[in-house]
Design a binder for this molecule. Structure first.
Ligand code: CA
Length: 229
């Protein structure tokens, strides 16, 4: 596994590099945003660990936005200084996959890295794919068996979250945290209602195709090709 580490603080960079190399990852360290951005286009990295604050006029956020705009979907773990709460939210909306708040423990870092690297590579460019269900994160188009599916904004956001995490059981709490704003009014059955909408449009409208929307009773929901057990 190749990891690109972009961090301008030499001591932090060295500590992270050492711990990643110790568990057999190959690490390329860069302390310059422009060089890092160029390297990221190589597509040879399985993960980018990116410091939010970098010297010069390009920061981690800008790098993330630029890569996502150009369809580079390498997972990004953003490192954010303590207290930059707004920044870390910005990081996720710019297209980072996860963030860690400094100072963090190496154990925590390794755990997050492992999760991001395990994530199935079900996307090519801006297209997420689960079986014959396709979602384009740039054009917001969704289709199944090449037939267009019309979704509301909320349904689209919900489906995108599931398609970035195919075949993972996702709890109601996680769904609410990722798909609804913190101040949104959420009734006890809101998630069920929206999952029902997705099921109708994805599965019930395509009765000849395998079911993709699964309820895992007591745990949450899963969208994927695995059969129910
Ligand atoms: Ca920094």
């Amino acid at each position: 596994m190749n990891i690109l580490l972009v961090e301008d603080e030499p001591r932090v960079a060295a500590a992270i590099e050492r711990s990643l190399v110790a568990v057999d990852y190959r690490v390329t360290v860069s302390n310059d945003a422009h060089i890092a951005l160029k390297k990221a286009y190589d597509l040879k990295y399985d993960l980018i660990i990116l410091d939010r604050m970098l010297p010069g006029n390009v920061d981690g956020l800008e790098i993330t936005k630029k890569l996502r705009q150009d369809n580079i979907n390498t997972p990004i773990l953003m490192l954010t200084a303590l207290g930059e709460v707004a920044d870390r939210v910005d990081g996720l909306s710019a297209g980072a996959d996860d963030y860690l708040i400094k100072p963090f423990s190496i154990k925590e870092l390794l755990a997050r890295v492992a999760v991001l690297l395990r994530r199935p590579k079900n996307h090519i460019g801006s297209i997420l794919k689960v079986e014959d269900l396709m979602l384009n994160t740039l054009t917001n188009e969704v289709s199944r068996s090449n037939r267009e599916i019309k979704l509301s904004k909320r349904e689209f956001k919900l489906l995108t979250y599931f398609m970035y995490n195919p075949d993972q059981v996702i709890s109601k709490e996680r769904i609410i945290n990722h798909v609804w704003d913190a101040d949104a009014l959420i009734l006890p059955n809101t998630v069920e209602v929206y999952m029902g909408y997705l099921r109708k449009k994805i599965d019930k409208a395509h009765p000849d195709r395998p079911k993709l929307v699964h309820t895992v009773f007591g745990f949450g929901y899963r969208i994927g090709i695995k059969e129910d057990v």
